[in-house]
Design a binder for this molecule. Structure first.
Ligand code: ADP
Ligand code: MG
Length: 564
């Protein structure tokens, strides 16, 4: 979106929205919802156009992700906010399908506007829409393809559908494989155990240099003192390693050692120094006596202790993140102790292999071949923080989709196929509905087809011709037929690898409908300050001046209260 486009959008949805005052609230809500949906429309699908947004402090963000656009826009109009919430809910609960959910909500509002004009009551539309949702969900369930977690090709398709158009081909190739490898490695009995995947960042390089490490990779950069402060050659690889986890810092408690002693002669200084040595030695041998080869400490470790541990061939890692400590505990069966003097051989866990690796100058300790639960680590690379953050976000999106698909063991064909399938099934049902709700059910079917229409447009095809052809194919029972936007061809979406978890749709459709019907149901909006007064007006049987259905503002605008 250009800056001026955003400007006019802000005019409608943001500060300038008072200009709707005095107009019918329902009409205003519908317009605001449609405008918002239009904003993200051109981003749908892999050929979706990039939008340029001017964010805070004049920072320009270029993205083709509907979710990040909505996230960055400053939207105040309550109706538009309702749609933003649809997007947020979809993003938080599912992690995909955000743009589609908003588009559908906008389209349901547009269809409703026509139905209102034809004389349907909002309640009739709502009833029809609700019937349609129920039916559409059933249609989705009967148009799924089973997912076998060992089917690497299918999982790659799921991941790629989630992010096509958002990565360059080269990036996609490398990262999609990482995602699928990681997901398959931690999958157990149909559950993708995401907590066994650790994320670590090694700055520099490009996203395609990101790696999947077999094991739990712990970044040692947080360790201010390097492994071998005294140039002692620590082992790079330990087999059948024992792992100790300590919470507290490994240091001499200065409070006990120094502040309580007043030094009167040099001999006492020696005594203090002896005392300190004893404590350090005690800590190092405590760890050695417990049988540990590696110790991870959540806080800092004094150089003296590090040196003594190194002499004993023990690798020490300080300032390990808390989540990593938990993962280490789970992976190795180690039990974290608060203080090193509590450490016994029973607290020590095991790993088949521990290796020190250096990736682009960053030292990592990789704890692998774990007895209790296998671990994988995604090591993210990238030239700038922004690139790394974006890569991480998209990898998580892919992982979300693969996880959903594996866990519900079902995907639906994308590229508009599932929407056309649901729409045709809805139209058949609609014919059997006696009341005026029938029209709302048909309208709902039309609204669902906003997805194939929009995908066609973004592929440079005629949306109507495409839709007609798709409906035809579905009529011939080719229910997996959709539009592959990358090639611009229609075909079997499962064969072409355009597939999405069924729950992306299962969540988007009802939540888009909820938002649309909520906005349809509102026909009055009052500034909070006069709400009470107006309520009295009703009680007294007075006719109040503002009439029914106006967006009333005293010029101060929000907060509005929503009436009915
Ligand atoms: P976003 O992730 O940008 O918020 P959605 O997930 O809501 O967008 O929608 C993406 C749409 O793009 C889905 O309908 C999906 O089926 C479709 N899609 C993805 N890859 C392709 C492809 N190669 N060909 C056609 N459609 C695709
Ligand atoms: Mg998506």
């Amino acid at each position: 979106m250009t800056q001026s486009a955003q400007g006019s959008l802000t005019g409608i949805l943001g500060e300038g929205s008072e200009r709707f005052q005095g107009r019918d609230v329902r009409e205003t809500n519908i317009t605001a919802g449609k405008v918002l949906a239009d904003t993200v429309k051109s981003t749908l699908g892999p050929r979706g156009m990039d939008k340029m947004l001017v964010g805070e402090a004049g920072k320009v963000v270029v993205t083709n992700d509907g979710a990040s656009i909505l996230d960055r826009m400053d939207i105040e109009h309550p109706a538009a906010r309702a749609l933003v919430q649809v997007a947020e809910g979809q993003q938080n609960r599912i992690g995909d399908g955000t743009t589609s959910a908003v588009l559908l909500a906008g389209e349901l509002l547009a269809e409703a506007a026509d139905l209102l004009e034809d004389g349907l009551y909002p309640t009739t539309i709502e009833t029809g829409y609700r019937l349609a949702v129920e039916h559409a969900l059933t249609a989705i369930d009967s148009h799924t393809v089973p997912v076998d977690p060992t089917d690497t090709e299918l999982l790659l398709s799921i991941a790629s559908t989630a992010v096509t158009g958002k990565w360059t081909d080269e990036e996609a190739q490398a990262l999609l494989e990482l995602v699928v490898d990681a997901a398959q490695a931690v999958e157990r009995n149909g559950t993708v155990e995401r907590r066994r995947i650790t994320r670590t960042t090694v700055p520099g390089g490009s996203p395609t240099d990101s790696k999947l490490v077999d094991g739990l990779a712990i970044d040692m950069d947080a360790s201010s003192t390097t492994l071998a402060p005294l140039d002692i050659d620590l082992p790079r690889r330990i087999e059948d390693a024992r792992v100790a986890l300590v919470d507290d810092q490994l240091t001499v408690e200065k409070a006990d050692a120094i502040t309580h002693v007043s030094v009167e002669n040099p001999q006492q200084l020696d005594e203090i120094s002896d005392y300190e040595s004893d404590v350090y030695e005690g800590q190092a041998s405590g760890i050695a006596d417990a049988g540990a080869d590696v110790v991870f400490c959540q806080k800092s470790i004094d150089d003296e202790v590090l040196a003594r541990l190194a002499e004993k061939d023990i690798i020490a890692v300080e300032r390990t993140r808390q989540d990593e400590m938990h993962k280490l505990a789970r992976a190795t069966g180690a039990e974290m102790v608060m203080r090193v003097d509590e450490l016994t051989p029973n607290h020590v866990g095991r790993a088949g292999e521990i290796e020190r690796r250096t990736i682009a100058g960053t030292d990592l300790v990789v704890v692998g071949d774990c007895s209790t639960a296998e671990q994988r680590s995604l090591v993210f690379r990238g030239g700038t923080e922004h690139v790394i953050a974006e890569t991480k976000r998209l990898v998580e999106n892919c992982l979300d989709d693969v996880t959903l698909a594996v866990e519900e063991a079902a995907v639906v064909p994308g590229g508009g196929a599932i929407e056309v399938a649901a729409a045709s099934s809805l139209r058949e049902t609609a014919d059997g509905i006696a009341g005026r709700e029938q029209l709302a059910v048909s309208a709902f079917a039309d609204a669902l087809e906003v997805i194939p229409r929009t995908l066609a447009t973004s592929a440079g095809l005629d949306p109507i011709d495409t839709l007609v052809e798709l409906r035809n194919r579905h009529h011939r029972d080719e229910w997996r037929s959709g539009l592959d936007v990358v090639t611009g061809e229609m075909g079997d979406m499962v064969d072409r690898g355009v597939v999405e978890p069924a729950s992306v749709k299962r969540h988007a459709i009802p939540s888009a409908t909820d938002a649309a019907t909520l906005l349809l149901g509102i026909d009055d909006m009052l500034p909070a300050s006069s709400a009470e007064e107006t309520a009295h007006g009703h009680d007294d049987g007075h006719d109040h001046d503002h009439g029914h259905g106006g967006l009333e503002g005293s010029g101060e605008g929000y907060p509005w209260t929503i009436g009915h």
